[in-house]
Design a protein around this ligand. Sequence first.
Ligand code: DC
Length: 233
Amino acid sequence: MEKKLITIAIDGFSSSGKSTMAKVLAKNIGYAYIDTGAMYRAVTLYCIDNGLIDSDNVNTAQLEKKINDIAISFSVDPETGASVTMLNGKNVEKEIRDMRVSGKVSVVAAIPFVRRALVKQQQQMGDSKGIVMDGRDIGTVVFPNAEMKVYVDASPETRAQRRFDELKAKGDASITYEEVLENVKYRDHLDQTREESPLRKAEDAIVLDNSHMTPDEQNKWLLDLYNSIINRL
Ligand code: DC
């Protein structure tokens, strides 16, 4: 019998490891994976490249005129086989992870019309189910009826240590653990206190605190949860 397709929403803080976990699950079960953070990052890059952002001020009047012309999609890199983010036909996967984008994305992600436009696109992408989507508001706003909702939590210290190790591995020796921790706490605060769709756990989401879990343990936990849900349908 064909397995029923469902919608899987994975929300949580930055550096909680949710994207890695979501990607592995999607691959294992043959679902599409959508990184909604990448979409907010792509709009931010568009603003930077088109002079629509100055310090922390966004030219919202201009951006609102352009928002429907900003085409974001995902494609597979023929060399690495990895999913990459495309902005108006150009592969921007590397650029959207830059510090200049990371430093501004919270401001852009707080603009109501930006959220409305991206949420609409996300809902269209998940129209036919069979999708794993990760972000901050997937279980609460984008797919409130998702059959599987996970809220990933880990202490700020654990997440800062992961981010710090990643930066060190990339050869960035200019930042201390304390600075990373401060940045993690600051971003948590912005994500949770913004007026528009703040990060919060959907009532029916299952919490995963992965502070003391290995990647393999997390992947198994997620796959087991998926199997238990699909077997009940
Ligand atoms: O997950 P990330 O760090 O790539 O997310 C980048 C930014 O986008 C972060 O400031 C939170 C925001 N975001 C959001 O507001 N809603 C989402 N669904 C996904 C990300």
